[in-house]
Ligand binder design. Structure first.
Ligand code: ADP
Ligand code: MG
Length: 632
């Protein structure tokens, strides 16, 4: 299995795939020229091209961004109907009939525009909700077409002027399908394509790393709608007749889904292989099992979905995903328990009082400007006020610690700063800009990067892809979006991976890393974006103590050399005391104290909050880590 995967996924396998593709294409090109190929055979092939194209388009949203669309055939129906309506205007006495090319193109444009409009609303929904909303769109559209008889011919349908050069359609669709395949193949290799997978893996995480996810989703959805609409228009013209039941038929969506699942969801060749396979299966079953072919087909597909969850391509390409995984929505992983974690929690915690502000200020306070200033932040969850009127500010080049017992609102405050949560009260400024109403991706583009208490990396992407995808999105521009990467990004990723000891795993999927390594990757990702402010949420938990020392040094040098500011939530008080000149203490959503580490630790209220209920037994939260004390 492993050998097979290695071989097929490696250069040998790629060569075989290429040779097979060229051979298939050559065969398809000469087929119509061979004597004895009937028009009906050509039409069958044209329908197969259509099926492949629809599956590829379906996979763009279903496979790449993970929005499983149950109503994709609606765009096919719209393309078909616009074409039919425009071309039959004359015979219906409504005007002058359009020639086919502008009619089909307008059908494509309208399908794409409607997809953009509808996607703008439905793509806020997640998982099955989106699927069902699209199914509803499909059914509603069919009924509108059926009811709007004056224009669409209602249930009777429309007849188009005939033009039956099958060979021309055959070649036209062959060219279009090959073009579409080339386009998706290229797209998957660009930043744009990687960003789509990032959306599938962790949409909120992608937003917080500067990716304008809504825009990308809608663009892809609209493109897929337009492309399927184009094939709908071509189909209507060849079929010379449309009615609601054949133009808007559920099986068109089902075939696209089944073909893609059979071939391999989220891959470029999956939908092609699967749709052709499905077509072929159907032909074989049809001729050999005449009476039972539908039953056999259904059973076969159940077997495939059960035993081949990543499809045919999934046997050798780890990038294929299973539907089961897709619908584990927005599930950021739970706190990791790995060897690293156990390691870092061992040993007694040094006493909190030895906390010592050890670092000289790198920038004189007079020259400092405010990087972030949050005033009166209030965030409620139902009856619980998680953050209750907190003011916090960070100056340029400053490292500030944010500590407090579990549940005191530290992560929630971070979520407010990175605009994941709407505020119930208060305002946030970045520099001189009010960001209280901006989106997470806009805040990220303004230079705020962060790591997460519950790790968020793109598990299906490689470590390198994770890093390179975390560039400063505000600076990429349209051209950069359609490039794979650039030399500066590549070099920076390389350098950071080297430092974070991730270089040996650069080409492994991030999902295979240990919890500690994933934390390191998150730090790397945050630093990739040239941030001015980094929010670290328990970034060192689960990382072994020696490495924590290295990270501490590295953060200090980044801070000193590049003037990057840090706001860090840490239970490792030694770490905070060593790095931060100022510490803010939260308790039950309120600011309890603020000052130098020493000042703060001597506050009776802080001692009370940390030790009061516990009888002076435990250090804060999980306590400082052994081996990290820096007693001068
Ligand atoms: P900390 O990071 O300081 O441990 P959190 O900010 O995670 O604390 O949580 C503060 C409080 O808000 C906790 O009581 C927590 O249960 C609650 N809380 C956090 N996030 C949510 C949420 N999404 N929905 C409801 N309650 C939440
Ligand atoms: Mg937290």
């Amino acid at each position: 299995m492993n050998l097979r995967r290695q071989w097929l996924g490696g250069p040998g396998g790629r060569l075989v795939v290429r040779i097979a593709a060229v051979a298939a294409l050559a065969w398809l090109i000469v087929l119509p020229l061979a004597g004895g190929t009937s028009d009906s055979t050509l039409f069958t092939f044209t329908l197969m091209f259509t099926g492949v194209a629809v599956a590829i388009n379906w996979n763009l949203t279903g496979g790449f961004i993970g929005y499983v669309d149950f109503g994709h055939a609606v765009w096919f129906g719209i393309g078909a109907y616009i074409t039919a309506i425009l071309m039959s205007l004359q015979s219906n006495g409504l005007g002058i009939g359009w020639p086919p090319i502008p009619a089909i193109l307008l059908g494509m444009v309208i399908a794409g525009a409607l997809a953009a409009l509808i996607g703008r609303f439905t793509m806020h929904l997640k998982g099955p909700y989106f699927s069902i909303a699209m199914l509803g769109t499909f059914v509603a559209m069919r009924e509108i077409v059926r009811t709007w008889g004056g224009l669409t011919g209602g249930g009777v349908g429309l007849t188009l002027p005939p033009y039956l050069n099958r060979q021309l359609f055959y070649y036209l669709e062959l060219v279009l399908v090959v073009g579409l395949i080339g386009l998706t193949w290229w797209l998957r290799r660009t930043r744009f394509g990687a960003a789509l997978v990032a959306i599938r893996e962790d949409e909120l995480g992608a937003q917080m790393r500067g990716i304008a996810t809504t825009r990308l989703k809608v663009v892809v959805f609209s493109f897929a709608g337009a492309s399927t609409g184009l094939f709908g228009g071509l189909w209507a013209y060849q079929n010379t007749f449309v009615d609601p039941d054949i133009a808007f038929i559920e099986t068109r969506t089902i075939d696209a889904i089944m073909g893609t699942l059979l071939g391999g969801l989220g891959t470029v060749i999956g939908p092609i292989l699967g749709s052709v396979g499905l077509y072929w299966l159907r032909e074989v079953l049809w001729t050999n099992l005449l009476d039972y072919h539908l039953v056999a087909q259904g059973v076969l597909l159940i077997v495939i979905v059960l035993f081949l969850p990543k499809g045919i391509v999934g046997l050798f390409d780890p990038r294929a995903v299973s539907l089961r995984k897709l619908w584990r929505w927005g599930a950021a992983e739970s706190a990791p328990q790995t060897e690293d974690d156990v390691l870092s929690d061992s040993g007694p915690a040094p006493p909190i009082r030895s906390a010592e502000p050890a670092r000289a200020r790198t920038i004189p306070s007079g020259e400092r400007t405010r990087v972030v200033e949050a005033n009166g932040i209030v965030k409620r969850f139902g009856g619980l006020t998680a953050v209750d009127g907190v003011d916090i500010e960070v100056f340029s080049g400053e490292m500030v610690g944010l500590i407090g017992p579990n549940g005191s609102g530290k992560t929630t405050l971070f979520d407010c700063l990175s605009r994941v949560h709407g505020l119930d009260n208060g305002s946030i400024r970045l520099g001189t800009t009010d960001i209280t109403r901006l989106s997470p991706y806009q805040v990220a583009r303004m230079g705020v990067a962060r790591t997460f208490q519950v790790i968020r990396v793109y598990r299906d992407l490689t470590v390198r892809e994770n890093m390179e995808l975390s560039v400063q999105w505000g600076e990429i521009g349209l051209r950069g979006l359609f490039r794979r990467t650039d030399t500066a990004t590549r070099a920076k990723a390389e350098q950071l991976m080297e430092f974070l000891m991730l270089a040996p795993m650069a080409d492994e999927a991030a999902g295979t890393l240990s919890g500690g390594q994933r934390r390191l990757l998150e730090i790397g990702m945050a630093l990739m974006s040239d941030p001015t402010l980094v929010l670290l949420d328990e970034a060192t938990s689960g990382i072994n103590p020696t490495l924590v020392e290295d990270i501490k040094d590295r953060l200090m040098s980044i801070n000193a050399e590049q003037g990057v500011s840090f706001l860090m939530v840490e239970h490792n008080v030694q770490f905070v005391a060593h790095l931060c000149e100022r510490v803010v203490v939260l308790d039950s959503g309120r600011k309890l104290a603020e000052g130098t580490p020493r000042q703060v630790m001597e506050e009776p209220a802080v001692i009370e909050a940390y030790f009061g209920a516990q009888g002076h037994q435990d250090p804060p939260e999980d306590g400082g880590r052994a081996g990290e004390a820096e007693s001068p």
